[in-house]
Design a protein around this ligand. Structure first.
Ligand SMILES: *Cc1c(COP(=O)(O)O)cnc(C)c1O
Length: 387
């Protein structure tokens, strides 16, 4: 009798060979050349040709009307939430099962996250459970959704495309409409993921991307906000550049802005990474297919596949242990990491993190269950392929 841990290690090593990081960036194209160009131009900071090019190419790739490049995904979420009208004292629906940045960005606006549950298949915000919760705890007053228990306005929701798998946006958009919520998508993990052809991050008012070193493409640190309205995008870009009114030499600012603009040096890296994106997506899908074959007969665990009708970028490959095997998770993680296969559990639920412990919440049964059963395994592009 082999243990679940032994069966998992055998399947992972069949695909990943002798050991592998969780997710490593790959620089095989014009990265060095474009960074050298930026240095040679002396435009290394918040102005430069690469920033504009990066924004235009992101918009073209995603089908958004405009993209605004910023210093990281958290800043992208912060400005997107401000553009959605989130203000001090508001509440914003955030899944409990996400990275801390989603909730922190809400707090930066002076608002409170209001935690909602996930759906069991792919871990995204669950539209049915959210609708039932809002029906139970909110009233619509003067066109606003008001939490009857706290008396606060629930202004927006932030669906997250967990590990690159698209959340159920069509149903979530209907909930948003019925309850008068603005929609900001956290697409930090889902560049290249689409539902029925529509790119993640382009269904609501705005979508936030991240280009941190562990994401599908990287700019070192970086992020972007996707918009379908060019005027909103222009306003957001203005806010990210200290709200300075354009003028050849005068310093005038018409709002409290932010120093959030992506530096040209980082955008140079990003332009080269975008050129490689299609090939990385192909490679990550092929990796998923190899893992699918390796895990087909492994009992006790299933590999998360893309949702029906969607195309995932397969950012992180995800194992979900069967119910009842929760207690084995840490042993499996220890064994995988000891064997050289860098593996991680999912984030601790945000509803349990001290800074957000007092935040309002729905029943989080599914999120609690998933949080104890998820294991991410080595997922880099080109893993196991000949270099
Ligand atoms: C990475 C990530 C972010 C934040 O992006 P940074 O660029 O690290 O600030 C936000 N939300 C999710 C779900 C992420 O994975």
């Amino acid at each position: 009798m082999t243990s679940v841990a032994q069966r998992i290690i055998a399947a992972v090593s069949e695909v990943a060979g002798g050991g592998a990081p969780l997710h490593a960036p790959v620089f095989r194209g014009n990265e060095q050349a474009y960074v050298d160009d930026a240095i040679a131009s002396t435009f290394v900071s918040s102005v430069g040709a690469h920033v504009t090019r990066f924004e235009q190419e992101l918009a073209a790739f995603t089908g958004a009307k405009a993209a605004v490049a910023v210093v990281n995904g958290t800043a992208a979420l912060h400005v997107a939430l401000l553009m959605a009208g989130v203000r001090r004292g508001d509440e914003v629906i955030v899944p409990a099962l996400t990275f801390i940045a989603t909730a922190n960005a809400v707090s930066y606006c002076g608002a409170s996250p209001h935690f909602a549950d996930s759906e069991p298949g792919h871990g995204g915000l669950c539209p049915q459970r959210l609708r039932a919760h809002l029906e139970e705890i909110s009233d619509i007053r003067d066109g606003l959704c008001v939490n009857r228990e706290t008396g606060r306005v629930i202004r927006a929701m932030v669906p997250v495309h967990v590990f690159g798998h698209p959340a159920r946006m069509d149903e979530l958009m209907r909930v948003a409409e019925d309850f008068h919520l603005a929609v900001v998508e956290d697409a930090a993990e889902s560049l290249g993921s689409r539902m029925g052809g529509r790119h993640t991050g382009t269904s609501g008012l705005a979508g936030a991307l991240s280009f941190n070193g562990n994401k599908i493409i990287t700019t070192g640190g970086g992020g972007a906000i996707l918009f379908n309205d060019v005027q909103l995008a222009a306003r957001a870009r203005h806010l990210t550049t200290t709200a300075k009114v354009p003028h050849p030499w005068e310093y005038r600012h018409d709002a409290i802005g932010f120093n959030y603009r992506m530096p040209n040096l980082n955008a140079a890296l990003g332009c080269a990474q975008l050129e490689a994106l299609e090939d990385m997506l192909r490679s990550k899908r092929a990796l998923h297919e190899r893992y699918s074959r390796a895990f087909a007969d492994v009992e006790g665990v299933s590999l998360m596949d893309e949702p029906d009708g969607c195309e995932s970028n397969f950012w992180l490959q995800t194992l979900v242990l069967d119910e009842g095997l929760e207690d084995q998770r840490d042993g499996i993680l220890e064994a995988l990491n000891a064997a050289g296969f860098m593996s991680r559990p999912v984030w601790g639920l945000l509803s349990e993190q001290p800074p957000h412990a007092g935040a309002p919440r729905a029943d989080l049964d599914v999120a609690h269950s998933l949080a104890r059963r998820i294991i991410n395994i080595p997922s880099s592009a080109y893993l196991g392929e000949d270099a």
